[in-house]
Design a protein around this ligand. Structure first.
Ligand code: ZN
Length: 69
């Protein structure tokens, strides 16, 4: 992800449909990971269903701020 940052951020934020809060952390979702805000939250939700449990500890290690707005 070299020159893939700023230009696309403005483009992908355009709401084609209603944005909704991320089912995991409550932040605004993005189309790329809809209905979640990030791949992390999507994976967390998926793993919860796969494990049949809602007791997954969440490590808040989102260091890839460049991928956010
Ligand atoms: Zn989230």
């Amino acid at each position: 992800m070299a020159d893939d940052g700023k230009i696309r951020v403005g483009a992908k934020i355009e709401p084609l449909r209603k944005t909704r809060a991320c089912a995991e952390c409550g932040r605004s979702s993005v189309r790329e990971h809809y209905p979640f805000c990030s791949d992390r939250c999507r994976s967390l939700d998926l793993s919860r269903w796969l494990n049949g449990s809602y007791a997954i500890p969440v490590a808040d290690d989102e260091t890839k701020a460049s991928n956010e707005e």
